[in-house]
Write a new protein. Structure first.
Length: 640
C-alpha cells in the first residue's frame, strides 16, 4: 500500500492518499488543542458565544498592513451591525495577544476592555436602540497567537509567504469578528497593504491593486455573499496570477500559485481539470453558488487544503483534494454546519464529492468499487464512534475533524441516502437542500437536512440519522436464502457492533445470479430482525450476493443457502389485527412469539415501534389512517 502525508509543522491539514484511495483524512484542519479548549470554554453547546447573540453583524471592512517577512498585523476592522435589542455594550471575538489601541464611533473614542475570554467588550456612552444599523471601528496591532496557527508565515522558493486558516476557532486570532455559527457576515471588504513585490489572494472579487509609493501596494478584495468568519482568508507571496473562465455560462476562474507550481506540468494540468469537475458538480449539485464572484485556488504552505469561500487554499494539487475543496463550496460554504457537532454536513458531503469525481470522471467501475471497499473497511475498522461530535469533544481537534467518522463515514452516510432514494430523486433533493430560502447561504443542522429531505422526497430520515449519525458502529448480517420453484425466500438477521443502536433499518441490496448467468436485483426493506422476504425469480439461482456494490456500511456479513429455511411462523395470513377502527389498544392475533412492529403514517413517517405478541397501545396516535408493519407485511388500520 502506498500512502503519503504532506505535513507542515504540526499545523492544519493532512492529505492522505493510498493505492486503495482510502480517505484516511484528506484535510485535517488541526488547530492545537490548547487553542480549541480556550475558545470552547466560553461557547455554549450550540457553538455560540452568548455575548454576541444580541446583534446582527452585517458588514466588515478590514484595512490592515502585513509584511510576510514579519509576523505581525496592524490596522483596523470596521463593523456594521444591527442590535436585536437595546445595547449598552457590544462584544467581538478577539484574541488578547492582539492589542486594541482605539475604538472609533461616530468621531468619538469609546471605552473598551480586552477580556481573558478572548473578547473585546466595547461600552457605549448611550444605549443603542434595537433594529437600527450602526457601526464602529476597532484599531489593533500585534503578533497573532501562534497556538492556533490561524495566521502563519514562512518561505516558499526562497520568498516569504504569509497565509491564514481559521477553521474552526482561529478567525479571532487575527481580526475582531463574530465567530459564532449563527450569524454570517453579509458583506466583507478586505484591504491589505503589503510591500510591492507581493500579491494578495483572498475571497470574492479583486476590486483593485493600487501602488501607494514608498514601496507599498494596496490590494482590495470584496465578497458580497454571506460568509462565515472562519471562511475569511488570505495568502500573500510572489504569486503567479492566472485569470481564466469556467462554466456555462462562464464565470471567473482565478488561481494564485507559486512560480514553482506554475512551472510544474502535472500541477497545472490538475488545476485545469478543475473546470471538468466543476461541470460535473454543477450537473449533480446545481449551479456553483458564487458565480457572481469567482472560483479558484490560492496556494499556501500547509499540506492539504481548506475550502475558503470562492478561493480554496491548497497545499498540494491532487485531483482528489481539488474535488473535495470544490464540493465544499456547496456543502460547507453555501450551507454551513450550524455547530461543530454537525461537521459531517461539511466534511461528509465534501467526501461524497470525491465519490462523485471518482465515479463519474476518474475511475473505472471496478476501481471505484475497490475504492468504496477500502472506505467501508476503514470506517468499520473500529466498532464505535458517532459521526455527530459530542459537546465534550468540541475542544478536541481529532474528534471534530476525525478522518474515519466526520469524513469517511459522513460521506458514506450520504451514499446510503442515495441508495435509499435512488439517484434521480437523491440528486434533486440535494439541489433542493442548499437552495431553500431558509438554508441557502446560512447555517444548517442535521435536523434541517432531515426536514429538507422529507419535503423533497416524502421520506422521514429521523430513524436513519438516529442510527447512522447519532448512533455508533455498524451492522453485521446473516443472510439466508432458499429457492422453491419461481420464488426465493430470504431471512435477514442482524447484529450490531455497538449497543447505542438496537437495529439498523436499511433496504438491503441483493443480487441474485442464475445458473445461466441471469441476474435479478432486490432491495429488501429490512425493518426488523430475523425478517423474512419472498421474491419472484424466473430462473434457477446459482448464487446470492449481498451489498454487491457496497451500497451500505456493514462488516463480516455472510450469505448462505439454507434449504432448511422455513417461513411457517411468519406468514402474513397467520396473524391479524383488531379492532379496526381502533381507539386505544390494537390487538394482534396469531403471532407465535414476540415480534418487532412499526407503525407508519399514510405518508410514510414512522410514529411508533416496538415488540409485541398480542397488544399495542395506540391511544397516543392522532386520528387518521396508519399502516402497521409486522415481519414482511403491511396492514392498514384507522385510528379513531
Amino acid at each position: 500500500m502506498r500512502k503519503f502525508y504532506i505535513l507542515w509543522v504540526s499545523m492544519f491539514a493532512i492529505y492522505t492518499l493510498s493505492a486503495q484511495n482510502t480517505n484516511d483524512n484528506i484535510e485535517k484542519k488541526s488547530l492545537l488543542k490548547k487553542e480549541m479548549k480556550s475558545y470552547a470554554a466560553k461557547m455554549t453547546a450550540g457553538n455560540t458565544n452568548p455575548n454576541t447573540l444580541n446583534y446582527d453583524l452585517q458588514y466588515q471592512r478590514m484595512d490592515v498592513a502585513i509584511n510576510p517577512t514579519v509576523y505581525n498585523i496592524s490596522g483596523s476592522v470596521t463593523s456594521h451591525f444591527k442590535p436585536t435589542q437595546t445595547l449598552s455594550a457590544i462584544y467581538f471575538d478577539l484574541n488578547n495577544n492582539l492589542t486594541v489601541s482605539q475604538v472609533s464611533y461616530h468621531g468619538q473614542n469609546l471605552t473598551f476592555q480586552q477580556l481573558p475570554t478572548k473578547e473585546v467588550k466595547i461600552n457605549f456612552a448611550t444605549s443603542l436602540a434595537a433594529n437600527v444599523l450602526d457601526s464602529l471601528t476597532i484599531h489593533y496591532n500585534g503578533a497573532p497567537d501562534t497556538a492556533g496557527n490561524a495566521f502563519f508565515n514562512g518561505f516558499q522558493g526562497g520568498t516569504a509567504i504569509l497565509s491564514t486558516l481559521n477553521e474552526p476557532y482561529g478567525a479571532q486570532d487575527w481580526f475582531p469578528t463574530k465567530q459564532s455559527l449563527n450569524d454570517k457576515i453579509d458583506k466583507f471588504d478586505i484591504k491589505i497593504t503589503t510591500p510591492n513585490q507581493y500579491n494578495v489572494a483572498s475571497n470574492g472579487r479583486l476590486m483593485s491593486e493600487t501602488t501607494l509609493g514608498n514601496g507599498q501596494k494596496l490590494t482590495f478584495w470584496r465578497t458580497q455573499y454571506p460568509t462565515a468568519a472562519y471562511l475569511i482568508a488570505l495568502s500573500i507571496t510572489n504569486f503567479v496570477k492566472i485569470n481564466d473562465t469556467m462554466g456555462n455560462p462562464p464565470f471567473p476562474f482565478v488561481n494564485y500559485v507559486y512560480p514553482s507550481t506554475n512551472a510544474d506540468v502535472t500541477s497545472m494540468a490538475n488545476i485545469e481539470w478543475t473546470k471538468t469537475v466543476m461541470d460535473t458538480f454543477e450537473t449533480y449539485f446545481g449551479p456553483y453558488p458564487f458565480r457572481d464572484e469567482k472560483y479558484g485556488h490560492m496556494e499556501f504552505q500547509a499540506g492539504g487544503g481548506m475550502e475558503h469561500q470562492t478561493m480554496s487554499s491548497m497545499g498540494s494539487w491532487s485531483k482528489q483534494l481539488i474535488a473535495h475543496e470544490l464540493a465544499h463550496q456547496w456543502f460547507g460554504d453555501k450551507v454551513t454546519c450550524g455547530a461543530w457537532n454537525d461537521i459531517w454536513l461539511n466534511e461528509g458531503f465534501a467526501t461524497f464529492g470525491e465519490h462523485v469525481a471518482y465515479e463519474k470522471l476518474l475511475m473505472s467501475n471496478a476501481d471505484f468499487l475497490n475504492y468504496l471497499l477500502g472506505e467501508k473497511n476503514y470506517i468499520t475498522s473500529a466498532n464505535d464512534g458517532s459521526v455527530y461530535v459530542a459537546d465534550s469533544n468540541l475542544g478536541n481537534i481529532n474528534a471534530i475533524f476525525n478522518g474515519r467518522l466526520s469524513y469517511s463515514k459522513g460521506g458514506y452516510v450520504v451514499r446510503m441516502i442515495k441508495w435509499i432514494l435512488g439517484d434521480a430523486v437523491f440528486y434533486q433533493a440535494l439541489k433542493d437542500y442548499h437552495a431553500r430560502p431558509n438554508l441557502a447561504y446560512s447555517y444548517v443542522r442535521t435536523a434541517d437536512l432531515n426536514a429538507s429531505l422529507l419535503t423533497s422526497t416524502g421520506k422521514d430520515f429521523t430513524e436513519f440519522f438516529n442510527d447512522w449519525i447519532y448512533g455508533q458502529g455498524y451492522p453485521t448480517y446473516d443472510i439466508r436464502w432458499k429457492q422453491v420453484g419461481n420464488q426465493i425466500t430470504f431471512k435477514a438477521s442482524q447484529t450490531q457492533s455497538h449497543s447505542s443502536v438496537s437495529f439498523f433499518e436499511m433496504p438491503l441490496p441483493i443480487k441474485v445470479t442464475g445458473t445461466g448467468g441471469e441476474t435479478a436485483f432486490f432491495a429488501l426493506n429490512n425493518t426488523a430482525n430475523n425478517q423474512y422476504f419472498t421474491e419472484a425469480v424466473t430462473f434457477p439461482v446459482a448464487s446470492v450476493q449481498f451489498n454487491y456494490e457496497y451500497q451500505m456500511l456493514e462488516r463480516n456479513s455472510t450469505v448462505t443457502q439454507d434449504n432448511t429455511l422455513s417461513t411457517a411462523d411468519f406468514k402474513a395470513e397467520e396473524f391479524s389485527i383488531y379492532p379496526n377502527p381502533v381507539k386505544d389498544d390494537l390487538f394482534v392475533s396469531g403471532l407465535k412469539k414476540e415480534t418487532d412492529y412499526q407503525i407508519f403514517t399514510a405518508d410514510g413517517r414512522l410514529v411508533k415501534k416496538g415488540k409485541t405478541d398480542k397488544k399495542i397501545q395506540v391511544s397516543i396516535l392522532q386520528k387518521g389512517v396508519y399502516f402497521i408493519k409486522i415481519l414482511n407485511s403491511n396492514l392498514k388500520f384507522v385510528k379513531e
